[in-house]
Design a protein around this ligand. Sequence first.
Ligand code: PLP
Length: 363
Amino acid sequence: MADTLLMIPGPTPVSAEVLAALAEPVRSHTGDANATTMREIQVMLRGLVGSDAARVHAFAGSGTLAMEAALVNHAGPGDRVLVISHGFFGDRFAEIATTLGMRADVVRAEWGRHASLQEVGVAIAAGPPPAIVCITHVDTSSGVLARCADLARVVRDGAPDAVIVVDGVCATGGIEESMDAWDVDVVLTGAQKALGVPPGLALLAVSQRAVRRRAEIGTVRSYYADLARWDRSVDDPRVYFSTHAVSMLRALQVSLDGVVAEGLEERFERHRRVADALREGMGELGFAPLTDDELLAPTLSVLRLPEGVDDAALRRGMAERGVVIAPCLGPWAGSGVRIGHMGAITEREVARTLEAAAMAVAD
Ligand SMILES: Cc1ncc(COP(=O)(O)O)c(C=O)c1O
């Protein structure tokens, strides 16, 4: 890793192997080498999201494009979208839905707390069945790890045909996800967080239920993000729809090879271990999680500043020592900091972060 250690909750540091992949000669977007890369990515991402049957899309863009694609392909203007929001990124789903002319209803949890399952059930029953229900697996603003299985069960009880969308941007690759077991329809993510690749890819795993919904809708209000237009190149990556992000895909393949070599269980366990170490060390310096204890995510920590420690001064002091962390958002801005610990992060980077934090606090 380079001299500056990126401990923000994405983008995350990238391994030397992934950087080396980015330096390889550019390939043809319709050639066999890229097709092999794409097919391997599809298989490995299916493993990460827990669905052998999911269709995997990987195109140039970011997490927000994946969110937009998850909405625009599965509902039309006027359709009801129910958003279960645990913070800034949950609310973004509602903004996208409204922008697309859909009707967005939001069950909004208090920051740092979990949405009430009962309120979700009531919201579903209160209107026409939602075409789409959105859940953010880990909201990077509040640090809340959503109870996806419980939420999906409540949604299925009240709205059996809903397309359930899970935003895995701050989770996929660092926390177990089980599309089939949860009976959810889309898990989306970007490359730059727990997958340990630079920003630049929008990734979606899509269920057969969602594929049927897309077919029923006919024309959708997007060209590039229309998953049906990408379909032939998902089946055969040598078929052109829009130029594949060949170098980014190669970097993702190398990163996913590393995920497979590490082992999924081992990787998820490392994320839990590293999170515990970071929180324990920061706890000794007086930083306590703003997020409810039982909702803490293995991928990032959102921590309250101790009395007398200034947000900007702390982050500046740590940056001067080569460690970059992030400010809080929304109602917590100024009263806490966010530290990412996902992807390639190990105990070594946590130790360096704790050292920088201790010195900056002492200052
Ligand atoms: C949970 C979550 N969802 C969506 C996004 C949006 O992704 P992007 O910034 O890649 O568009 C982010 C970005 O941090 C995120 O943390």
